[in-house]
Write a protein that binds this ligand. Structure first.
Ligand code: UD1
Ligand code: CA
Length: 457
């Protein structure tokens, strides 16, 4: 059994976000910022994880609940040191404690494991990094021999200390018993009147405990998110990495800087994704699938060889092989398309199964319907599936041809092989095989005079 405990600090107000939503619940790649931290913590297989929350309490608990995660309330937030002090009683008294910040979500697991190994050996290990813009961050003060002496917060730093470009990432690990003795002794004698966890470093030095500043090479990994600008930066870092991983795995991503995966994506061979697409939830793309520019796909499965042309929106839908979707198509929840289906521009499909080779190429609506194989569904035709109170089903048999601008008032069945003439409004079942027309006959009034404008004055 691991002797590792993890504390995640997420009780701060996050004022700099200027938002009603607690900072750690803002979404990064479609998932709350702190959920990324919880995931990496769980990957270390610790025996316990405590998340310190405060601001926006109930919502934080609800959104972040996960197996084996204990919540500890810190209200009011009186600093990172106070937060750790509150968390420790919820964790085993022995072993090693790793402290993570709920607003530093991109730290990789191997960097954390390195810190834990140092702490297991008795040291206080702090993850640090050299950064281009250290402003606002705690600076790492080392002595002439390069040994870490203290961490000084920006607000309390001297002019010389502010010039230091090695910063505290906020991630540290220490033997739990020692950590407890340091956080018990913290004082709030600083400009913010908070209990700074970072003051524990100087205490460890005074106690003769080895302090190891483990410098991390990639400053993008240790980005902290305090405001929306930093959130946007972290999003781009994460998305670029996802795009690069996909490119390496053989998926064509037109522009890694214009790619957004907010869930999970599984791709076959030679999948192509053009610029500006947003993929959410669980997305599966078969071999040779092409997704045109600016499509949104959420919880979608697409079979091999299918093309989705630009500006299409697909949500909770499944699409077969060799289909052609879009441009400007909309597949809503419950759209299930068999192979070789064509859905053209401005066609909306909801809770509808379409058989092999069925086509709705222009300006149409299919809702709550069962559409057979090789059906041709004309431009401007709709299923009138809603009577103002209830939804009703439309069943269209195989090889049916529905002309343009038809209204199929559900519940309705159109028998296999039927042809429905353009402009028909149908409210009774259509028998198979024949031609059905439900439109007024044209009427011509031969001696009709077109009105003319009256002369003015
Ligand atoms: C903190 C560090 C700073 C480091 C930086 C890295 C301290 C005092 N400073 O500064 O050295 O360079 O992170 O990003 O530790 N929190 C609580 N309870 C509180 C206060 C904060 O749980 O009372 C949580 C916040 O929700 C946040 C995290 O701790 O997730 C860090 O707090 P924040 O106020 O953002 O600290 P920084 O100013 O970024
Ligand atoms: Ca922060």
């Amino acid at each position: 059994m691991s002797s590792l405990s993890v504390v995640i600090l997420a009780a701060g107000q996050g004022k700099r976000m200027r938002s009603a939503l607690p900072k750690v619940l803002h979404l990064l790649a479609g998932k709350p910022i702190a959920a990324h931290v919880i995931d990496v913590a769980r990957g270390l297989a610790p025996r316990a994880i405590a998340l310190v929350y405060g601001h926006g309490g109930d919502e934080v608990r609800k959104r972040l609940a996960a197996d084996g995660l204990a919540f500890v309330l810190q209200d009011p937030p009186r600093g990172t040191g106070d937060a750790v002090r509150k968390a420790l009683p919820a964790l085993p008294a022995r072993g090693t404690t790793l402290i993570l910040l709920g607003d530093v979500p991109l730290v990789p697991a191997d960097a954390l494991a390195k810190l834990v190994r140092r702490a297991d050996a008795g040291a206080l290990a702090v993850l640090t990094a050299r950064v281009r813009r250290p402003h606002g961050l705690g600076r790492v003060v080392r002595d002439a021999k390069g040994r870490v002496q203290a961490i000084v917060e920006e607000r309390d730093a001297t002019a010389a200390q502010k010039r230091i470009d090695e910063i505290n990432t906020g991630v540290m690990a220490a033997p739990t018993a020692k950590l407890a003795s340091w956080v018990a002794r913290l004082k709030d004698d600083n400009t913010q009147r908070e209990f700074y966890l970072t003051d524990a470093i100087a205490m460890a030095v005074a106690d003769g405990v080895p302090v190891e500043g483990v410098m991390h090479g990639d400053e993008d990994d240790v980005l902290g998110i305090n405001d929306r600008l930093q959130l946007a930066r972290a999003e781009r870092v994460l998305q670029r990495r996802r795009a690069e991983a996909l490119l390496e795995a053989g998926t064509w991503i037109a522009d890694p800087d214009r790619f957004d995966l907010r869930g999970t994506l599984r791709c076959g061979r030679d999948v192509r994704i053009d610029a500006g697409c947003i993929l959410e939830g669980d997305v599966k793309l078969g071999d040779g699938v092409t997704i045109g520019a600016h499509c949104v796909l959420a919880d979608v499965t697409i079979g091999a060889g299918t093309t989705v042309a630009p500006f299409s929106h697909l949500e909770s839908a499944s699409v077969g092989r060799d289909c052609r979707i879009g441009p400007y198509a909309r597949l809503r929840p419950g759209a299930e398309l068999a192979d070789e289906v064509h859905i053209g521009n401005f066609v909306e499909v909801k809770a509808t199964r379409m058989g092999r080779g069925a086509k709705a190429n222009h300006l149409a609506y299919l809702g709550d319907a069962e559409v057979g194989a090789n059906v041709n569904y004309g431009a401007g035709s709709i299923t009138a599936n809603y009577d103002g109170a209830n939804k009703h089903r439309t069943v269209i048999g195989d090889n049916v041809h529905i002309g343009s601008n038809c209204v199929l008032v559900a519940p309705l069945t159109v028998g296999a092989g039927a042809t429905v003439g353009a402009g028909s409004a149908l409210s009774e079942d259509v028998p198979p095989g024949g031609l059905t027309l439900a439109r007024p006959k044209a009427l011509t009034i031969g001696d009709w005079k077109r009105p003319v404008k009256k002369a003015k004055g």
